[in-house]
Design a protein around this ligand. Sequence first.
Ligand SMILES: NC(=O)c1ccc[n+]([C@@H]2O[C@H](COP(=O)([O-])OP(=O)(O)OC[C@H]3O[C@@H](n4cnc5c(N)ncnc54)[C@H](OP(=O)(O)O)[C@@H]3O)[C@@H](O)[C@H]2O)c1
Length: 317
Amino acid sequence: MKVPVHLPNILITGANGQLGSSLALLCNSKDANFFFTDIAELDVTSKSFVEKYISKNKIDIVINCAAYTNVEKAEDEPEIAEKLNATAPSYLAQSCLKHSAFLIHISTDFVFGGGAKRKEPITERVKPAPLNVYGASKLQGEENIKASGCNYLIIRTSWLFSEFGGNFVKTILSLLSSKSEIKVVDDQKGTPTYAGDLAKAVYRIAMKVAENKKNIRRFVGLNQIYNYSNLGECTWYEFAVKIQQLAKVKFSAMAAARKASGKRAQKSHVIPCTSVEFPSKAVRPQYSVLSKEKIRKHFSLTIPAWQTSLKKCLKNL
Ligand SMILES: NC(=O)c1ccc[n+]([C@@H]2O[C@H](COP(=O)([O-])OP(=O)(O)OC[C@H]3O[C@@H](n4cnc5c(N)ncnc54)[C@H](OP(=O)(O)O)[C@@H]3O)[C@@H](O)[C@H]2O)c1
């Protein structure tokens, strides 16, 4: 007689976002019972909804993809950013503690305030020093989780792009097709991260947590912070130039279509500029390249270069 296997119940919050949508493509019902929720199904800023949902559905693992990610707008509405990025994670953590569930939470490179002089990738041991409201709210979220006493793993990532939602790749593609000249900041360095790659890493880690659930103290990543981004580094300008190069084929097709429709074909120029020339409310770190060694070693991950994953993403778009 076959013994029924208990599949873990995994809750994904903010499931309609870039990371949540990328995770949905990977999730296999043979591995777990997945509960995909976004604000309509589970508003993570409601303590009572969070508690009821986790309790009623006997959740074993929470993957928190819900967040306030508009860095610029956060400067104008810090309370809303704080509620979603700092308070909501503490509600999730408290319920995880109560129901012995494990919390996988996503954070950001913007918890760091890396200056231009920094040349070495930032390890998990570097002290955070956020420069903007978004970064401060995400750091507070990390602190709230750590203080809650629940079992957790926090993954800091950077410069997410994907086929889903709004992101830098889509913005640049749209500008390239509508403007003759676009200026892009060339004095901030970081690493673009394909949400599909991050999703793979998160999924692998969630499966490892599930395997170790009965003896969670032995789990190698217990109550730790990890960095994850693609390999390599670039400025926003270099990122935009690469997008233009790789999307060339797409644009020649678009240009041909424009010509056929009688409109003049445009050739767009990408021009580097400084952060000073591109004023924004939120101050951003000049260097926020994350070191990935810890996560790569602990979870035996193969991490692709950002250019390779950008190619993949553009193909899918
Ligand atoms: N995007 C980046 O460049 C970046 C960089 C570094 C780190 N990260 C981190 O990576 C994680 C995933 O980012 P992402 O780009 O996938 O984010 P995203 O695309 O903005 O997705 C966040 C999702 O959360 C939803 N949400 C908003 N309020 C909610 C609520 N009260 N309850 C439940 N869900 C709610 C959003 O819905 P609406 O769209 O309707 O608001 C959206 O579907 C986040 O923790 C983020 O801080 C992102």
